[in-house]
Design a protein around this ligand. Sequence first.
Ligand code: GLN
Length: 284
Amino acid sequence: MSMIPGDAAVRRFRRCFSALSAALALIGTAVFLSACGEEAGSADKLVMVTEATFPPYEFRMGREVIGVDVDIVRAVAEELGRKLEIKDAAFDSVIAHVITGKADIAASGITVTEERKKNVLFSIPYVTAAQLIIVMKDSRIDSAAALKNNVRIGVQSGTTGFDYVRNNIITDKSSPLLAQFPNGALAVEAMKAGKIDAVILDAGPAQALVAQNGGTITVLPEPLTSEEYAIAVSKQNRELCRTIDKVIRRLKESGGLREIFDRNKALAEQHRKLQERQQETSSS
Ligand code: GLN
């Protein structure tokens, strides 16, 4: 398959065009919009994009992606009478997915920022979160201030954790001290291998990683930031954004959101124990 830029777009157009002409021949022009909504926005499905290594917000249980964000968006899909489809993508591409219409909704523990607000619409927030510092249990790093002493720091690419470090700790763009990873778990692996000294990550997955790494790593109690997570949609999708707000408001008022958090934290913990047992049996 050739990789000429734009090739994929042409193929998509051709696919869309042939689907369209077939549909038109069968049932007339009413099908036009849904036929071209091949990737997202079709009448009967709601496409959510996420990066599924972020418990308890999104993680895999077997092949299935589950989590707090999935449950919230499932409630939105139910409200709209649409079927939920989930795409798992790199975190630094989830906003682009909604801008380009490859997904209707980005729900991925996304922090609301002024920069992102220029490109997408955000729902009302559904949780307050923070960046935390993860270090090895025997590390001499014991505070945010200590991060400034030539510490090698790992972050997940495209995140507010990266922004925090870049704006406050390692401001020199050419510094080799700042390393980016596709997700927090890989950053922690690099730290365990002695390649970096600290990882800056959102509190939810940071705590899950500490639980997973049986006493070898820890999080420092002092949060670096206070952030709010919300769901992102295209600027063209104001109506969808209003529906998401309505669903989040309802879940907050009914206590449903609390239940969603409790259930997914328990599931993430169960999943972790299961993995631990599997590792024990495979190594014994
Ligand atoms: N909350 C962080 C951000 O929005 C990280 C999200 C994530 O890695 N899924 O940048």
